[in-house]
Each structure stands twice: as structure tokens, then as C-alpha cells.
Design a protein around this ligand. Structure first.
Ligand SMILES: [Zn+2]
Ligand SMILES: [Zn+2]
Length: 447
């Protein structure tokens, strides 16, 4: 794809750095970035087990002159490049892949299988695009290291483990990410998706995505013979009633117009058709934008699950366990508007759009909640022709986490590299004391 070269007069008028990544700079690093992508894609590792991935990135960053520390918060890496006085800016990539068997049929599709933490044999695939994020980060790191005359300050690049289990960011922070290493003035990240065509990016000011809560409900009944239900209390029937009643939370309890998603993603009970089991377990994902709605929905889940068990005469109240959670990512609106201008200058105005928030979630919010303004960019990843055909047919392309998720690598990776370099150079053009283009608010507004 063609990256529009910077117009010095227009960027100066916008008050942003003119030192954008030219197409030649991106083209020069692209072959290495693309082969790194293919390598990473074929060697995916599950959350918390990203040893080889982390070691590979660490070696490349060290060779570029970055000061690299490994094993930060598990398998995390932190790479620092000091280049005189100025601001400190952090760019993050995730390291992990998913327990999904890739079914794209691509020549470079992952064939990896492993045991997950529960001992199950699973296929492993980079079906969220983190391999593309890592390749872009290394390419941007290369350009920044080879063009130190275009910026000044401190660049901090991190490889975060275990994003998919929304635990890696917190582990890195607890392991001293912001105390053992230079504390950033701004944190940046991007994510590829199939909603937008490759070559384009989406800017979402304010709330970027949702609060996410994982809830496990264990319902207790009384086991018995399938032919004698009167001697038992059937937890499967209680679970079925609970699942349907939970759907009245978004439809009947939450104010229309407010986002609330309650999905029961699994239910496990029983072993044989003629046995009434003594318990049933189900797993929920709950998504909301607003803190008040989040609280309301979680309280309603507890109330409904407890009351359904009681209504059925269950021997004890269900166990309700909130075992994972992430707060919504908040994009500082002033920073987002500034970055939009920077990206328009770097990629062309037509390639940058303002987007609505997503219902996905992720733990980049942990960094922002440390009081550091953040900007999280949406990167288009869909093949433009396939996307147009899907839209015309009224369907959607396979989304992230699907076994068929396959970004259009060349334009998406080119754009990711150009966008990252443009944002880094702009933020690293200011003096240490110069005011940042931020509003000063952060995640407190969402939680
Ligand atoms: Zn992801
Ligand atoms: Zn994901």
C-alpha cells in the first residue's frame, strides 16, 4: 500500500511533528517485519507461556541497542532506548496467542498443539492478531533506533504477556513496570480487527471498550436416578431457568440505551442420560460501559441465581465467583484528537476515521489507571474486497478469536508501522517540561 508522505506545511499548521515515517522508511523495514510475522504466526504460545516469543523479541530489541529486561511480571519484556532529554513514551504489544485451532487454510497457518493449564490438548493460534502487533512494534523500534536525530526523550517498548486472560498488565505493574523503569508520560497501543479495511485506522475518543467480568456460577442440587426425579433436585433445570432469567437483566432491568451484555458461554453438568447430577456449573461474560451499570448487572446476576436455586429447593445457595475482570480502556479525548491529526498527516485523511466504542475488553486499562494518559488505536485488518463483499451480502467477516480470523497482512502491517512511528515521533518531539496534549482525566471517569 502507499503511505502518503508528510506535508510539512500542513503538519506544522496542525502543531504536530513533521518527522513522520516516509514510505521508504517503512518499506526498508517491511521485509524483516513480514518474516517475523510469519515466524511468530507459526510459533504461537498460550497466555503466560510466551517464553520463546519473549526471548525472540528481546534478542531483536537488544541488537537494536535497547536496554532490555526480561521476565517482568512473568514472561514480560521491557526495552528502553534513551535519547537525550524529553518525554517518556511507552508502546505496548501483547505476546500471547489463543487456545484455538487455526482453520484459515493459509499456507502459513499454525499447526501447533499443546496442553493448556487444565491439561487439555488444544490447538494454538494467533487468532487475535498479536503476532501483527509484535511485528509492527519491532519494525517501529528499528526505525526509531536508526533515526535518533528525529526525536529525543526516552522510548519504552513493552511485550506484555497474558492479555487474553486479562492478567499480564497487572502482573507487569506489580513487578515494577513504572518504578524499576522510566515512568511514561503517555502509553500507546493498537489492535487489529476485521471491522475496518486494512490500510485504515479508527480513533475512538473517551471510552474505547467495555468493562468485562467473568462470572462462574455453581448450582447445587441433589443427584438421583433419571427415572425418579421426585427423589432428586435437578441442577440442570435450575441452570436452564437461571440462564433464561439472566437475559431479563439487559432486556428488563437495565435502562434502554445503556450497554449490558450477559452471555452464558458454557454450561457443564452431568455424565449420563439417566443420572440427575448433583451440580451444574456455568460461565458468564458480562460487558458494560458504565460503572453504575456494571454494579447493577453483577448484583442482579447474584440475586437471580440465588433466588432460582431457592425457588427449586436447592440444598444450598449457588457459589458465585467473579474470577476475571477488566476495566474499560479510556482514551484521553485531547490526546485522541491530537493523535487523529498526527495519523491523518501520516496516513492520509481518508484513512483515519472516528469510530464507536467496541464491546470487547482488554487490560491496557491497567496502565491508564496508574494515572498515565493513554491512547489505544483501532487498526483495520480486513481485506477491503472481502469486507465489501461481506457488507453487500449483509454478513460479517470472521472476527478476532475466530478459527478463521485472517488479517490482510501487507496493508495492515504497513499501516501499523507508519502509525506507530508517526505517533512516537510526534510525542517524542516535545521537551520534557512542555505540556502534553492531554486532558488530564483518565480511567477514573469510567470506573
Ligand atoms: Zn487481542
Ligand atoms: Zn483477543
Amino acid at each position: 500500500m502507499v503511505i502518503r508522505s508528510a506535508c510539512v506545511a500542513c503538519t506544522a499548521a496542525l502543531g504536530i511533528s513533521a518527522a513522520l515515517a516516509g514510505p521508504q522508511e517503512v518499506d526498508a523495514v517491511y521485509p524483516a517485519a513480514h518474516s517475523l510475522y510469519l515466524e511468530l504466526h507459526q510459533q504461537p504460545e498460550l497466555s503466560g507461556h510466551e517464553e520463546h516469543t519473549a526471548a525472540k523479541l528481546a534478542a531483536q530489541l537488544r541488537a537494536l541497542g535497547y536496554q532490555v529486561t526480561e521476565h517482568v511480571g512473568g514472561t514480560g519484556i521491557v526495552a528502553v532506548l534513551r535519547n537525550g532529554a524529553g518525554r517518556t513514551v511507552m508502546l505496548r504489544t501483547e505476546l500471547d496467542a489463543l487456545p484455538v485451532e487455526e482453520k484459515t487454510g493459509l499456507a502459513y497457518a499454525s499447526k501447533v498443539r499443546t496442553k493448556d493449564d487444565a491439561g487439555n490438548d488444544v490447538g494454538v493460534g494467533h487468532m487475535c492478531g498479536h503476532d501483527l502487533h509484535m511485528s509492527a512494534l519491532i519494525a517501529a523500534a528499528t526505525i526509531m533506533a536508526h533515526s535518533r536525530n528525529t526525536w529525543h526523550g526516552t522510548l519504552v517498548l513493552i511485550g506484555q504477556p497474558a492479555e487474553e486472560t486479562v492478567s499480564g498488565a497487572e502482573r507487569m505493574v506489580k513487578d515494577g513496570l513504572f518504578t524499576r523503569f522510566p515512568r511514561p508520560d503517555v502509553v500507546l497501543a493498537l489492535h487489529v480487527g476485521s471491522e475496518d479495511p486494512a490500510g485504515k485506522v479508527g480513533v475512538i475518543p473517551g471510552i474505547y471498550d467495555t468493562n468485562a467480568d467473568s462470572v462462574r456460577i455453581t448450582i447445587f442440587g441433589k443427584g438421583g436416578h433419571g427415572s425418579a426425579p421426585h427423589t432428586a433436585i435437578d441442577p440442570i433445570v435450575i441452570a436452564a431457568r437461571t440462564i433464561l432469567a439472566l437475559q431479563t437483566i439487559p432486556s428488563r432491568e437495565v435502562k434502554p440505551g445503556e450497554l449490558a451484555v450477559v452471555t452464558v458461554g458454557y454450561i457443564r453438568a452431568g455424565t449420563k442420560n439417566n443420572i440427575i447430577p448433583d451440580q451444574a456449573e456455568m460461565g458468564l461474560t458480562v460487558r458494560t460501559y458504565k460503572a453504575g451499570v456494571r454494579k447493577q448487572v453483577l448484583a442482579a446476576i447474584t440475586r437471580i441465581a440465588t433466588a432460582e436455586a431457592q425457588a427449586a429447593g436447592a440444598p444450598r445457595a449457588p457459589l458465585i465467583d467473579r474470577y476475571e475482570g477488566a476495566d474499560a480502556v479510556y482514551n484521553d479525548p485531547v490526546l485522541a484528537a491530537h493523535m487523529q491529526a498526527v495519523l491523518e498527516a501520516a496516513l492520509g485523511k481518508d484513512n483515519v476515521a472516528t469510530r464507536e466504542p467496541f464491546t470487547a475488553s482488554e487490560d491496557f486499562s491497567v496502565f491508564v489507571e496508574q494515572g498515565i494518559p493513554g491512547f489505544y488505536l483501532q487498526l483495520g485488518g480486513a481485506d477491503p474486497q472481502q469486507l465489501a463483499a461481506a457488507k453487500a451480502a449483509g454478513t460479517t467477516l470472521p472476527s478476532n478469536h475466530s478459527a478463521l480470523f485472517a488479517p490482510d497482512v501487507d496493508p495492515a502491517l504497513h499501516t501499523a508501522i507508519a502509525a506507530e512511528v508517526a505517533m512516537l515521533r510526534d510525542l517524542l518531539a516535545g521537551d520534557a517540561g512542555a505540556p502534553l496534549p492531554v486532558s488530564g482525566g483518565h480511567a477514573a471517569q469510567t470506573s
